[in-house]
Design a protein around this ligand. Structure first.
Ligand SMILES: C[S@@+](CC[C@H](N)C(=O)[O-])C[C@H]1O[C@@H](n2cnc3c(N)ncnc32)[C@H](O)[C@@H]1O
Length: 239
């Protein structure tokens, strides 16, 4: 849906969502991270985001076993920590591909995921000690880059596996290129997506359609192999 996040959440009933997995603006475009005279982050949508109305709605729609997860950087972290709900953990995502800052600042190489939990929160304990720190930027997985702050699908998959179950309803109201939705579709989660930018609808829909096409092709192939009439799959000796 092409909709502002809080407005989108207002359309959902109370306690109807299993996981809000969200990547809102970081307001990082207000900072002085520069490479020569070029601002490293300078997006119109990334300057004045107020997370409070969004969080209020996210907590209204979340079920008693749900979680609300919010990506952020140090710019808004303090605001998330002051929000009067239980922060279960601040997950650190240390992606290694950080650019050096050429101004009088360190360049942050870490992004945070603030994880707010409910009393009976879903947690499918992962095998390793940290499920995301080996995950890098999207282009390192051959994913096309559509958005400056696009999240890798594999990162969203890892989080979805831990914080939701099959057929749960996941909402990402800031989805732009649709990484959360593609990951949710791959893992059999239901999803609702949104973004205020109308351009997103095209890219996210395209990525989801490509995934459905692949899934359907695989199903066709499986069916043909079961029926035994798929000539393209027959291996000819000596080839
Ligand atoms: C950090 S980006 C999300 C990128 C996304 N995770 C991806 O993988 O492509 C934040 C997005 O929030 C959108 N946005 C900004 N303010 C918004 C609002 N109030 N409601 C909904 N979307 C908003 C912007 O258009 C931007 O695409």
């Amino acid at each position: 849906m092409c909709e502002e996040a809080t407005t989108l959440l207002k359309t959902l009933p109370n306690k109807s969502v299993d996981l809000v997995l969200s990547d809102p603006p970081y307001n990082a475009s207000n900072s002085n991270l520069k490479m020569w005279n070029y601002k490293l982050v300078n997006e119109k949508w990334d300057k004045t985001f107020d997370p409070i109305p969004f969080l209020d709605e996210a907590f209204r729609v979340i079920r008693d076993w749900g979680s609300v997860m919010v990506f952020c950087s140090y710019h808004l972290l303090w605001k998330y920590l002051m929000y009067p709900k239980k922060v279960q953990q601040i997950i650190h995502w240390n992606h290694v591909s950080c650019v050096p800052s050429l101004t009088k600042t360190y360049h942050p190489c870490v992004e945070y995921i603030v994880w707010y939990s409910t009393p009976r929160y879903t947690f499918n304990k992962p095998a390793g000690r940290n499920v995301i720190n080996d995950v890098k930027k999207p282009y390192q997985y051959g994913e096309e880059k559509y958005h400056p702050t696009q999240k890798p699908i594999v990162l969203m998959e890892r989080l979805l596996k831990v914080h939701s179950n099959e057929w749960d309803l996941v909402v990402d109201p800031f989805c732009w290129s649709g990484s959360t939705c593609v990951a949710a579709a791959k893992l059999n989660r239901k999803f609702i997506w949104g973004d205020i930018d109308p351009q997103y609808c095209g890219i996210a829909t395209q990525r989801i359609n490509e995934l459905w096409q692949k899934i359907n092709q695989n199903k066709d192939l499986e069916k043909k192999m079961v029926d035994g009439n798929d000539e393209s799959q027959v291996t000819i000796a000596g080839e």
